[in-house]
Design a protein around this ligand. Structure first.
Ligand SMILES: [Zn+2]
Ligand SMILES: [Zn+2]
Length: 233
C-alpha cells in the first residue's frame, strides 16, 4: 500500500513493514515474522526494487513480529541496523526477550521464540538522535516511547508531520488505541508515551498494526489520553 510516493506499507507480514525509498537505497521500518520474510522480499520486488537495495533496517522494538525477519534480511543484504540500547541486547540474543505474562508467555517461550534467530544491531540510538534516513527533509528523529517494551522507539519526521509509531499505538477502525496490555511490559508507562506522542505535531501516523492514519493523527493520539475507560484486555 502506497502511503507516500516514497513510503510504502507492506501488508500480511503480521506487523506492518514500511519501505522508504531513496536514491541511495531502501530503508525498512521493522521486518515481520521470521517465516514471512519471503513476503517482505516479494513486496520489495513488486515496488520495482531488489532485496540488495535494502541498506538500512530500523527496529521499533524487540518483539518477534517486528524483528523476526531481521536475521535473514541482514544475511541477504548486509544492511545496517538501528534499535534502542534497552532492546538491542534481546534482539542480539545477549539478553532474555520480553514475553507476555501467563499462558501467552509460555506459548512464546515454547513455540514462537525458538523460531527466532538473533541478529546484530549496528547502531544504538536514543531520544532525539537523527537517523540518516530522509535526510533531505531533516532526517528521521528517534522518539523514545517505552512501556510496550522497555526500549520501544518511534521515528518522527517533523518536516512531513509523519510518525512511524511501532507498537506505541495501533490503529483500528480509523482510530488509534493503546497497545494491548497482554503484550506490553508496563501499561502506565505505555500510556505516558502516548501522551508524549500527542504533544508532537503529527498528521500521518504509521503504526505497527492496522491501517495508516493519513491525516489528523494528533487529535486521535490526544483522544487516547482523554479516554474515560482504557481497555484492560
Ligand atoms: Zn507488534
Ligand atoms: Zn510489540
Amino acid at each position: 500500500m502506497r502511503v507516500f510516493p516514497d513510503i510504502h506499507q507492506l501488508d500480511g507480514i503480521d506487523c506492518n513493514v514500511f519501505v522508504i525509498i531513496e536514491s541511495d537505497g531502501l530503508t525498512l521500518v521493522d521486518t515481520g515474522m521470521p517465516w514471512l520474510t519471503k513476503r517482505v522480499l516479494a513486496g520489495i520486488q513488486a515496488l520495482g526494487h531488489s532485496p540488495q537495495d535494502i541498506r538500512r533496517i530500523l527496529l521499533t522494538h524487540q518483539h518477534i513480529d517486528h524483528v523476526g525477519g531481521l536475521a535473514s534480511l541482514v544475511q541477504l543484504t548486509g544492511a545496517e541496523t538501528w534499535a534502542h540500547p534497552a532492546d538491542a541486547p534481546a534482539i542480539e540474543g545477549r539478553a532474555a526477550r520480553e514475553v507476555p505474562r501467563g499462558a501467552m508467555g509460555l506459548l512464546f517461550r515454547t513455540v514462537l521464540l525458538p523460531r527466532l534467530r538473533s541478529a546484530p544491531i549496528t547502531h544504538r540510538v536514543s531520544e532525539g538522535e537523527t537517523l540518516p534516513v530522509l535526510s533531505a527533509e531533516g532526517g528521521l528523529r528517534v522518539v523514545e516511547t517505552p512501556g510496550h517494551t522497555i526500549g520501544h522507539i518511534s521515528f518522527y519526521l517533523p518536516a512531513r508531520k509523519l510518525l512511524f509509531a511501532g507498537d506505541a499505538v495501533r490503529s483500528e477502525g480509523g482510530k488509534l488505541t493503546p497497545p494491548p496490555a497482554v503484550f506490553s511490559l508496563d501499561m502506565p508507562m505505555a500510556l505516558q508515551s502516548v501522551r508524549k506522542l500527542a504533544a508532537l505535531d503529527i498528521d500521518t501516523c504509521l503504526p505497527g498494526h492496522g491501517a495508516p492514519i493519513t491525516s489528523g493523527a494528533q487529535a486521535l493520539l490526544a483522544a487516547i489520553g482523554s479516554a474515560p475507560a482504557l481497555s484492560k484486555a
